[in-house]
Design a protein around this ligand. Structure first.
Ligand code: GDP
Length: 461
């Protein structure tokens, strides 16, 4: 257990009905007692765990009342951090929260670093690293499907799979090492055959996890989407319609160079990130700016493009330029304004040149055909993967990279067996595969990676 006690405001700063100052560590109760006045004051610990106490936070130096509060006492080890935790439920304003925080800091708590409560839960062994990472995913989930992915990871489903692989690799290592130590026993042949079967089976399973990782990433991070088309085809109308109908969430994504505000819309459970960026604006007039680096960049960064065409003007040369610009991209072509023109005729022509992009006939104004957009996006992202209950387990790049490394080492093992490689060499790759997996759960991860993961958290979590 860590020996200092940390404190932070755990709720968003701003006006709210309730705000919480959270304390965790061996002196959490002692510090809370120093600032708490109420019926149970002085005997919080003996009142037991998971209890709520009514009273006031009072400045012990001046005797001044700071706020009327409810104090939650949770005793180790059944707490978020596995340490003693006290949560002081204050009135949710910046001033009372700041004052209560100041008081507990003055009584000996230390201001928590971002993510430090969750980091303690990890360091104290309550959750592993993959679970800790998913805490942030739960907080940031943009759609219910995204939340399901995050919650399954929080529940340890990925970790359980990873540990299962690790156990099997250890089993193989035990065989290999027995054969190295007792070569006269003649168990090597058997070992090689068994190993070959087991390694191939694991390669298949790891491969399937990795295949799903792409969807996992989409649910977690959303699909960066850019709307392109020449002027007046209905791009802004489409953007506005999507934002209006799709319960848009505005998120601030902290960038390295500047903050970008973007809107996330929920389409078939997939968070579609419509960035309100220079890129999106630049593509407003994409034809005029073809060749301009910025619009290429916006398209280049996009995971998906929505190409808008105008049925009332038919397919014009500029449209072909737009289609050419996004040739390499995944995307959907929308033939808009079918309320005033024959969209199907235009769509027929477009299908000949739109490469493999699906072409839909729609009217943004009347909403006609718009329901097909949902289906098309879903099909494009999930590529026919229908069962929504099939939650992808891998959603973080870090986990994917570790799994890929594991796969490479297992492939080496399989190759080595085929070549009749020395068992010592096979053992090296088996160990490396085991270690790669350990990075996911945090068993074999370095301290600076752990630090980097928690830096992204907010203070108080
Ligand atoms: P942008 O320049 O591509 O962003 O196009 P806008 O969204 O500003 O739309 C250009 C014009 O087309 C506006 O007058 C819209 O009202 C109109 N418009 C957009 N969608 C439709 C549609 O589905 N049907 C019809 N009839 N007009 C539309």
């Amino acid at each position: 257990m860590l020996n200092d006690t940390i404190a932070a405001i755990a709720t968003p700063l701003g006006e709210g009905a309730i705000g919480i100052v959270r304390l965790s560590g061996p002196q959490a109760l002692e510090i809370a007692e120093k600032v708490f006045v109420g019926r149970d004051a002085g005997r919080l610990r003996e009142q037991g765990s998971h209890r709520l106490h009514y009273g006031f936070v009072v400045d012990p130096e001046s005797g001044e009342k700071v706020d009327e509060v409810l104090l939650t006492v949770m005793l180790a080890p059944r707490t978020y951090t596995r340490e003693d935790v006290v949560e002081i439920n204050c009135h949710g304003g910046i001033v009372p929260l700041r004052r209560v925080l100041e008081l507990v800091l003055r009584q000996g708590a230390r201001l928590a670093l971002p993510g430090e409560f969750t980091k303690r839960a990890f360091l104290n062994g309550r959750i592993d690293l993959a679970q800790a990472e998913s805490v942030l995913d739960v907080i940031r989930a943009k759609t219910e499907a995204g939340l399901r992915v995050a919650l399954s990871q929080l529940a340890g489903e990925l970790s359980a799979r990873v540990r299962g692989f690790q156990d099997r690799i250890l089993g193989l290592l035990a065989h290999v090492e027995a054969s190295i130590d007792f070569p006269e026993e003649d168990i090597e042949e058997l070992t090689r055959e068994e190993m070959d079967r087991e390694v191939r089976q694991m390669l298949g399973e790891v491969g399937r996890l990795l295949q799903q990782a792409r969807y996992g990433k989409v649910y977690r991070e959303g699909l960066r989407t850019v709307i392109v088309g020449r002027p007046n085809v209905g791009k802004s109308s489409l953007l506005n319609a999507l934002l209006r109908e799709r319960r848009a969430i505005v998120t601030e994504i902290p960038g390295t160079t500047r903050d970008v505000i973007e809107e996330v819309v929920n389409i078939a459970g997939i968070p579609i990130r419509l960035a309100d960026t220079a890129g999106l604006r630049a593509t407003d007039d994409v034809v005029e700016k073809i060749g301009v680096e910025r619009s290429r960049e916006a398209v280049g960064l996009a995971d998906m493009v929505l190409v808008v065409l105008d049925a009332s003007t038919g397919l014009v040369p500029e449209d072909l330029e737009v289609l050419e610009l996004v040739r390499e991209k995944k995307g959907i072509v929308l033939v808009n304004k079918c309320d005033i023109a024959d969209g199907e005729a235009v769509a027929e022509r477009v299908r000949g040149v739109a490469q493999d992009k699906p072409v839909l006939v729609v009217s943004v104004r009347t909403g006609q055909g718009m329901e097909n957009l949902e289906k098309a996006i879903e099909e494009m992202v999930l590529e026919g993967r229908v069962a929504a209950s099939d939650v992808p387990l891998v959603s973080h790049v870090r986990h994917r990279v570790a799994l890929e490394r594991c796969r490479e080492h297992l492939e080496e093992v399989a190759e080595g067996i085929k070549r009749g490689e020395n068992l010592d060499l096979l053992a090296i790759d088996l160990r490396a595969a085991w270690e790669a997996l350990g990075e996911i759960t945090g068993a074999t991860v370095t301290e600076d990676i752990v630090d980097r993961i928690f830096q992204d958290f907010c203070i108080g979590k």
